[in-house]
Ligand binder design. Structure first.
Ligand SMILES: CC(C)(COP(=O)(O)OP(=O)(O)OC[C@H]1O[C@@H](n2cnc3c(N)ncnc32)[C@H](O)[C@@H]1OP(=O)(O)O)[C@@H](O)C(=O)NCCC(=O)NCCS
Length: 154
């Protein structure tokens, strides 16, 4: 029998400071570095939910809404929306905040799909997600449509 877990159990929050090595010559955070951090946060989330090593199977369209600058504090939140058989959809959001000032602003959000692997690197079944809040239930319901359109375009 499959385990059932709520999204809160594997929610992952990661913080970083944008250092000069993370930026372009104008001091703006490089897109690839941000996606790398989002990938790590969502991998931790998927691995905590599944209790297996997970690989990134796909990343949905990634839009860079606002720039972050050197010295900014980046907060990344990764939360599972739904688990299928061996795959899991993780919703990842990233915010930036200046050191002086309280207001964090959204710089990126995307859906990452991870697949859990067994010891032979084969996909393995993962626990079911039990959504609780209204927004978790909506994310859970919509995840099915997103998975179908993702696989169609694959
Ligand atoms: C992801 C991977 C394990 C899938 O293996 P596979 O042999 O194609 O497995 P299957 O066809 O049985 O699919 C397994 C699951 O992956 C999902 N999947 C496969 N390709 C996918 C894609 N491009 N996007 C989203 N989900 C995908 C399937 O829908 C299935 O989900 P389900 O079990 O929940 O129904 C394999 O393609 C792989 O190893 N890719 C490389 C991963 C990688 O190197 N990532 C970067 C480093 S972490």
């Amino acid at each position: 029998m499959k385990k059932i877990k709520p999204p809160s159990l594997s929610e992952t929050i990661m913080t970083e400071i944008v250092c000069p090595n993370d930026t372009n010559p104008m001091g703006i955070l490089q897109g690839g570095r941000l996606v790398q951090w989002m990938d790590i946060a969502s991998a931790v989330c998927a691995q905590n939910h599944s209790e297996h090593i997970c690989v990134t199977a796909s990343i949905d369209s990634v839009k860079f809404k606002s720039p972050a600058k050197v010295g900014d504090i980046i907060t990344i939140k990764a939360r599972i929306t739904r688990a299928f058989n061996s795959s899991m959809e993780i919703f990842v959001q990233a915010w930036a905040k200046k050191v002086r000032g309280q207001q964090a602003y959204l710089i990126n959000e995307s859906y990452f799909t991870f697949v859990a692997l067994d010891d032979n690197a084969k996909p393995v079944a993962v626990p079911t997600v039990k959504p609780g809040s209204v927004s978790e239930k909506k994310q859970f319901a919509d995840a099915d449509k997103r998975k179908k359109s993702r696989l169609l375009s694959y």
